[in-house]
Design a protein around this ligand. Structure first.
Ligand SMILES: Cc1cc2nc3c(=O)[nH]c(=O)nc-3n(C[C@H](O)[C@H](O)[C@H](O)COP(=O)(O)OP(=O)(O)OC[C@H]3O[C@@H](n4cnc5c(N)ncnc54)[C@H](O)[C@@H]3O)c2cc1C
Length: 434
């Protein structure tokens, strides 16, 4: 098999790869210097669309509409753009072996790729119920959502099982977004999760109560405090029932599972330092191996603002870490230096006509403000997190761009607060006046 050699290789063709490519082009790139190798068959795209507009029954999003970098208001990089830049997009190509000492990658088809600088951007994979040996979890029409192929398969079955029953397993953001789009597709939706409320890693009980109430008003049944322990299939092998630990049985034509992900780093096991379940990097996304960088979901990096190290599985960090790594690569080549990554955590989600944003850290005391009545015609509410007398995190549902900017600013500046009661009364205006 032929061997191909590049100055820079990005392994993984997701969000981080798209933003890294744009940054390379901005910084100056010669034709043939950069290759992106991706298991997926399409150029880098904005992955969050897959659980939102991609699954809408009407007015749905389709490629090429959401290629990177439209998600952050940037230029849409079509396959043609990569060609014009002389960037080689090597698609439908899975790397199965990486030899970091020999600076070599091997694909499933036996192609060999050599590089001088490698950016690892392999993202995450979903956790499957089959991983835990859940009975019947390999039945047909049980879906996970990570890549565009997964979404396409789900759309086919949505059409085939019109107006059917859907069970969502998991109450995280994937579960909540999928619950909403399946309802919009006119399915009878039940959501099952073991925790006392949805999105427990971020939401307080008060925040969650709003979303659970809103979903219930839309006709979605929420079953908490139990888990799916088995599935039964019909004669065609298609799922028909979900068995719950508490003994209940739910009928299902489609099951969507969103129980978390894990970073895809097996290729590099034993070759690179790891920390907190990810590939350890510095504030420039350099790993322990010279000329090897890791960005996006796989990177465990110094979170300067909080003086610790973290891994973040959100799209904003995928974009920014990718740009930072390319700036660092170029600066190193030119003998220059750049500032260390100084990231303010930012997550968001959208479902139905709801939209929330969160900035900062969700630790310490909390204060809820605004109207969180799920039956309000235009609910708008938020929460602050307060640690050591300072605001460290802020959440806002239904904010406009100015208000969202204000909560981002407050999470970054961490102003002191007089008292929790005053803060509650001031609510959003506290952030807006800073
Ligand atoms: C359905 C969905 C909805 C989401 N919604 C939101 C949201 O609303 N807000 C938010 O903040 N975040 C959201 N996220 C998370 C966000 O999309 C990720 O954090 C982001 O995509 C990470 O970027 P990445 O480049 O590190 O990885 P990815 O975008 O996952 O890209 C990794 C790429 O590497 C490829 N790859 C992996 N292994 C190999 C290999 N061995 N060989 C070749 N190619 C390989 C994969 O096929 C993939 O193309 C969502 C994620 C999903 C799945």
């Amino acid at each position: 098999m032929a061997e191909k050699s590049f100055k820079y290789v990005i392994v993984g063709g997701g969000v981080a790869a798209g933003y890294a490519a744009r940054e390379f082009a901005k910084q100056g790139l010669k034709p043939g210097e950069l290759a992106i190798i991706s298991k997926e068959a399409v150029a880098p795209y904005e992955r969050p669309a897959l659980s939102k507009a991609y699954l809408f029954p009407e007015g749905f999003a389709r490629l090429p509409g959401f290629h990177c970098c439209v998600g952050s208001g940037g230029e849409r990089l079509l396959p043609q753009w990569y060609k014009e830049q002389g960037i080689e997009l090597i698609l439908s190509t899975e790397i199965v072996k990486a030899d970091l000492a020999a600076q070599t990658l091997l694909s499933a088809a036996g192609e060999v790729f050599k590089y001088h600088v490698l950016i690892i951007a392999t993202g995450s994979t979903v956790i499957r119920l089959t991983d835990f040996g859940v009975q019947g979890a390999d039945s047909k029409n049980i879906f996970y959502l990570r890549e565009i192929d997964d979404a396409n398969k789900l759309i086919e079955v949505i059409k085939a099982k019109k107006n059917g029953k859907c069970v969502i397993v998991g109450g995280g953001y994937i579960g909540l977004e999928l619950g909403a789009v399946m309802k919009m597709n006119n399915f009878d939706v039940s959501m099952v999760y073991p925790e006392p409320w949805c999105m427990p890693r971020l939401f307080t009980a008060d925040i969650a109560a709003f979303y659970e109430g809103y979903y219930a008003n839309k006709g979605i049944k929420i079953i908490k405090g139990t888990v799916a322990v088995g599935f039964t299939a019909d004669a065609n092998g298609e799922v028909k029932d979900v068995k719950l630990k508490d003994g209940r049985v739910l009928e299902a034509d489609i099951v969507v599972v969103g129980v978390g992900g894990r970073p895809l780093m097996t290729l590099f096991k034993g070759q690179v330092e790891e920390e907190k379940g990810g590939i350890k990097t510095d504030g420039f996304f350099k790993t322990s191996v010279p000329d090897v960088y890791a960005v996006g979901d796989v990177a465990t990096f110094p979170m300067k603002l909080y003086g610790d190290i973290r891994r973040v599985e959100h799209v904003d960090h995928a974009r920014k870490s990718a740009e930072q790594s390319v700036k660092a690569i170029k600066a190193t080549e030119e003998g220059k230096s750049i500032d260390e990554y100084d990231y303010l955590p930012y997550f968001y989600s959208r479902s139905f006509d709801l939209s929330w944003q969160f900035y900062g850290d969700n630790v310490g005391d909390t204060v809820l403000f605004g109207d969180n009545n799920p039956t309000s015609p235009k609910p708008k509410f938020g929460s602050y997190w307060i640690k050591n007398g300072k605001i460290v995190g802020a959440f806002l549902e239904g904010g406009n761009p100015e208000e969202n900017k204000a909560i981002a600013k407050i999470a970054r500046l961490q102003p002191p607060v007089e008292g929790l009661e005053e803060l509650k009364n001031e609510g959003l205006s506290f952030a807006c006046k800073i």
